[in-house]
Design a protein around this ligand. Structure first.
Ligand SMILES: *Cc1c(COP(=O)(O)O)cnc(C)c1O
Length: 363
């Protein structure tokens, strides 16, 4: 089976984890601080707070910004469920916004319509599959709204030279193995605001004041800490992150060549955008459905996958919002026809040729 993705775990990663375990300091040691410093450089952010997952990052960003009951938070309709779940769990209302079929990102025109109908307090765009969303367009579509980036899949991506995580009041990253950089489970929040960073550090650690000399608990908090073992892995992964991204970009260029002029649409890159390619999504021709292609490709030894989820049509949010097919036409289209192909920094040209051949054969 040609796997959907495999993380690049090498000898130095194994050694770093072994050393962290052998040191006896498994949490809150030097590796967490080291990873935070490295991420600050990659994201051009003043402050980075690493946490236990991307979902924890999103949850803490909303809590830290005081977003809760009475807040309306715009989220793209096409995303992983964590994006909308955290909004509901802090007591705020997720406002689903349709996506562009070209970029899979929140559509500024759809956001402007939602904001005109009933103003939103927060915009939480996703940088889909490692491409930064049109942040200028989205900010202009909902003037006055606070921006929180769901940059879970976009570490290292840039648009107009600005890195993901440096556009909003806070940026949230994930280090799940499906992302380009992994710590097993893990996440991080970026911000330029020192007061927010301090609140986030307290919130991830039971409300403990991060600066007080003697333990003092200054708010209700959670345990969303990353272990030092994971941070040690993150640090070696970050040291080779340039190579990981280069490998993904080379594989993307190969797929683009293999699939040019075929029945599938290869994924476009917006002008000025430097994606990190968390996934490579092709759009199937009209009338074909990912629900048929995923099993057909598995039967041929290729682990393909849907892009992500039509959130307002999942049972929970459909019941909450009364969404019906047709309400989000862009999301309807990409949820039916966007297919993720196997992609990793070490995928070989022969494997990619095999994927392309089996895909065209299945169509
Ligand atoms: C992966 C992902 C998340 C969740 O991150 P976890 O680390 O798995 O909790 C949230 N939003 C998006 C867009 C993601 O891709």
């Amino acid at each position: 089976m040609i796997r959907l993705t495999t993380p690049l775990i090498e000898e130095d990663d194994l050694e770093a984890v072994r050393d962290a375990l052998a040191s006896g300091y498994l949490v809150q040691g030097r590796h967490v601080a080291c990873l935070e410093a490295g991420l600050a450089t990659w994201t051009a952010s003043e402050h980075v707070v690493v946490v236990s997952s991307g979902t924890a990052a999103l949850h803490l960003a909303l809590l830290g910004l005081g977003i809760g009951r009475g807040s309306r938070v715009a989220v793209p309709a096409y995303s992983f469920l964590a994006t909308a779940n955290v909004v509901e769990l802090v007591g705020a209302e997720p406002v689903f916004v349709d996506v562009e079929t070209e970029t899979f990102a929140m559509d500024p025109a759809a956001l402007a319509r939602a904001h005109a109908a009933a103003p939103v307090d927060v915009v939480m765009p996703v940088h889909p599959f490692g491409h930064v969303a049109d942040m200028a367009g989205l900010a202009a579509a909902a003037p006055g709204a606070v921006v929180v980036e769901d940059a879970a899949a976009a570490l290292g991506a840039r648009r107009g030279g600005v890195p993901a995580g440096a556009f909003g009041a806070a940026g949230c990253f994930s280090f799940h193995p499906r992302k380009a950089l992994t710590t097993g489970e893990g996440g991080a929040i970026t911000t330029a605001d020192p007061d927010l960073a301090r609140r986030l550090r307290a919130l991830r650690n039971h409300g403990l004041d991060p600066d007080a000399a003697a333990p003092d608990f200054v708010m209700a908090g959670l345990n969303y800490r990353m272990t030092d073992v994971q941070a040690a892995l993150g640090t070696t992964q970050l040291a080779k992150f340039g190579r990981i991204v280069d490998g993904r970009r080379a594989a993307v260029a190969r797929y683009d060549r293999l699939l040019a002029g075929t029945a599938v649409r290869t994924p476009p890159t917006a002008p000025g955008s430097e994606p990190v390619w968390q996934s490579y999504l092709v759009l199937l021709p009209e009338g074909r459905h990912v629900a048929d292609l995923v099993p057909a490709l598995r039967a041929k030894g290729v682990e393909a996958q849907i892009g992500t989820y039509h959130m307002p049509l999942t049972s929970h949010f459909r019941a909450r919002t009364g969404t019906r097919p047709g309400d989000f036409p862009g999301t309807d289209l990409v949820a039916a026809r966007a297919l993720a192909l196997p992609l990793s920094p070490t995928i070989t040209a022969a494997e990619q040729e095999e994927v392309a051949a089996r895909l065209l054969e299945a169509l």
